[in-house]
Design a protein around this ligand. Structure first.
Ligand code: ZN
Length: 128
């Protein structure tokens, strides 16, 4: 099934095939593009060598097209929110923006799926 990711603000597609591209900012200084797998729970990230962050450091994520801050303001500022489109249906995907924290959530209707070793950390913030 084809999976696409979209910006919740401008609805532009954020993926190229199976890779998601997001704009990232660390410490208000380092800026660059980060590339993720579209597979939930896969935390491999490709980035420019000069964009560096340490474990526990917060990374700001932005839409590369409209530059909106993708932090999930309504839930928890440590979570990033994007739209996932799978088989014509839309759901919300949230993931932690703290480097080294592996927590990803897929929200659809009244259900959620959680991924990653730190998945328990934000379950209380999902609004269920
Ligand atoms: Zn956008």
């Amino acid at each position: 099934m084809e999976i696409n990711y979209k910006c919740p603000k401008c609805k532009s597609y954020l993926n190229i095939g199976s890779k998601i591209v997001l704009s990232a900012k660390v410490d208000d200084q380092q800026k660059g593009l980060l590339m993720f797998s579209n597979e939930l729970g896969n935390y491999e990230v490709k980035k420019h060598d000069l964009v560096q962050y340490k474990k526990g450091q917060k990374v700001g994520f932005y839409c590369p097209i409209c530059h909106s801050n993708l932090a999930a303001e309504d839930l928890n500022l440590n979570l990033v929110k994007v739209i996932m489109e799978e088989g014509g249906k839309e759901c919300t995907v949230l993931f932690s923006n703290i480097a080294g924290e592996h927590a990803t959530y897929k929200l659809h209707g009244k259900k959620y799926e959680a991924y990653g070793k730190d998945k328990d950390k934000y379950i209380n913030f999902l609004g269920f």
